[in-house]
Design a binder for this molecule. Structure first.
Ligand SMILES: [Zn+2]
Ligand SMILES: [Zn+2]
Length: 275
């Protein structure tokens, strides 16, 4: 039996290490799925493929944390809006946000190397696969199918359960270490997204040069439009919130003025004291 102290999380104490091991062992089908997906897409260089899969998993975790930092909120009102509202506007904006931000590494690499990969041609397809994978889990599994309450609890407390669950377990942002997520619901998303990325990976290089150039052109245009839409809506939400703040302030001042210049009638005051 573990003592009470050893059942409490502290960074890298025996309880924490035990929970990291438990998270890997109970979700081993998910990790087998990840390795199979990595083999399908990155068989030309498995070591780089594994590094890329670990990088993309961490990227989604840290970008989500960044979206909740006070300094970053002004450039990411859309994610806060997604937390505060459940309308379609919030839903679709969040999908655009996820797809655009998660494929940003492809465009950063392009800026520096003038091509979409650093070492191997599969790199942009892995990043694209992860962007679909992450967005589908968030918007379908959690938001529509409500597979569990792990992500819903993140909406209630913005400091925990950023996801993926293994990152929360390792880096100490897990809401409750006694409730590890069963991530087998990732598997259908992983299979479908890997198939889509693999088909594109094998089809696009066989197209003519001009067809490939057209795809790059349309992709770049879509990315630019997506980023512009996000910027516009972000500004819109920011100024909308400022307007709400201003109207709240005006309403409060109005209430105070009414209280000062129209005090409650003596009968009301008396009855209030008499209660
Ligand atoms: Zn969030
Ligand atoms: Zn959410």
């Amino acid at each position: 039996m573990l003592s009470n102290k050893s059942r409490t999380y502290e960074w890298l104490n025996s309880y924490h290490i035990g929970k990291i091991k438990e998270a890997f062992s109970t979700n081993f089908p998910t990790y087998i799925g990840m390795i199979v997906s990595c083999t399908i897409l990155c068989y030309e260089n498995m070591l780089l493929g594994i590094i890329l899969y670990i990088f993309c998993t961490h990227l989604s975790y840290y970008v989500h944390i960044l979206a909740h930092q006070d300094n970053a909120k002004t450039i990411n009102c859309i994610h806060e809006y997604h937390h505060n509202y459940v309308d379609n506007y919030a839903h679709y904006l969040q999908i655009v946000l996820e797809l655009v931000t998660s494929i940003t590494p492809i465009f950063i690499v392009y800026l520096f190397t003038n091509r979409f990969y650093v070492k191997n041609r599969f790199e942009p397809y892995v990043i694209f696969m992860f962007s679909l994978f992450y967005s589908s889990i968030h918007n379908i599994n959690y938001s529509m199918l409500h597979v569990n309450t792990i992500h819903e609890n993140h909406h209630k407390n913005w400091c925990v359960n950023y996801g993926p669950d293994i990152c929360d377990v390792i880096y100490g942002t897990k809401e409750d270490y006694e409730i590890l997520e069963d991530t087998s619901h990732y598997l259908p998303n992983l299979i479908i997204c890997t198939i889509i990325a693999s088909v594109l990976y094998h089809t696009i290089p066989r197209l003519t040069d001009s067809a490939q150039m057209s795809i790059i052109k349309y992709m770049t245009q879509t990315y630019t439009y997506g980023a512009m839409i996000l910027l516009m809506f972000n500004i819109n939400i920011m100024f909308g919130e400022l307007d709400t703040d201003k109207s709240d302030f005006a309403q409060n001042m109005d209430d105070i003025n009414k209280k000062i210049y129209n005090p409650p009638s003596p009968s009301l005051t008396r009855s209030w004291y008499e209660v």
